[in-house]
Design a protein around this ligand. Sequence first.
Ligand code: C2E
Ligand code: MG
Ligand code: MG
Ligand code: MG
Length: 287
Amino acid sequence: RAKDHGRNTYQFYTEGMQEKEVMRLELDKDLDHALENDEFVLYYQPQLDLSNGEIHSVEALIRWQHPRRGLLAPGAFIPLAEESGRINDIGRWVVRAACRQLARWKGTPYRNLRVAVNLSGLELDDDSLVDSIRYALHENGVAPSSLEVELTEEIFIQNIEHNLNQLSRLRKLGIHLAIDDFGVGYSSLAYLRDFPVDLLKIDRSFITHVTHRHDDAVITRAVINLAHNLGIQVVAEGVETEGQLNFLRHHSCNMAQGFLISRPIPPQDLEKALEKGLLTTGVPANS
Ligand code: C2E
Ligand code: MG
Ligand code: MG
Ligand code: MG
């Protein structure tokens, strides 16, 4: 009996592992058709300008409307797409979708919105990235200054020369560059000197406890000062409370992004929230 029990436990365990692996393989296979079936969508999360309470930029965050599993967050499939190399095609889709959205907002009250897209380091490796972005802008008649690219510090660790060249080309086009998740990477600060950075986004992990943890408050203030002294603007990520918002406003952070202001939402919902003035005061739009 003990042996049976042991074997059952063992079987149960392997079945559990297999299930996870099966799901991974399945998602990986489904990714093949996701683009052709038009299953990706962009949600938009507004960034609140703390100097005037206005929204003039939004971050585009990808979602996968999976035919059986429902709406999937990027954490469920971006790593898979990076492993299989499909991330490059997905990235192109993201840039084009963001440009199409910018084109749709022309001549509307939302015409001045800037859209930030996330690019992984792997996407930056691709030599044709800059041309494809230039083409997407041109194809949609969108000004490069309406587009922002968010990259994490990983790009300053490897392939530095190539990445510097890519960023310079993007910057020359007139695209704004933001460093995402700032403060949790392993890179040195030298890149702030060597790379053409417009914005730093302070990682959520510093903001979460900023009102009651001395060290997080010190780091956040220091990052804001460092950036400002270098002529770089600062966005705080993951702002969830009024207390955090007040702290950031008090310390001259330029922008705040987080569930307090709004979750990432479909463009139609964003338009409605902006129209109703729901996002200008820090009232949650979709809570
Ligand atoms: P990120 O660029 O740092 O995006 C911020 C993430 O934090 C988003 O998760 C957002 O929903 C979440 N967030 C925003 N405000 C709050 C808050 O107040 N509290 C909490 N707890 N979370 C908040 P999401 O949409 O699941 O995206 C996760 C990551 O996936 C992104 O992190 C980004 O690195 C990546 N990602 C998203 N879209 C794309 C894309 O189009 N391409 C690539 N390569 N990566 C993407
Ligand atoms: Mg981002
Ligand atoms: Mg981030
Ligand atoms: Mg992140």
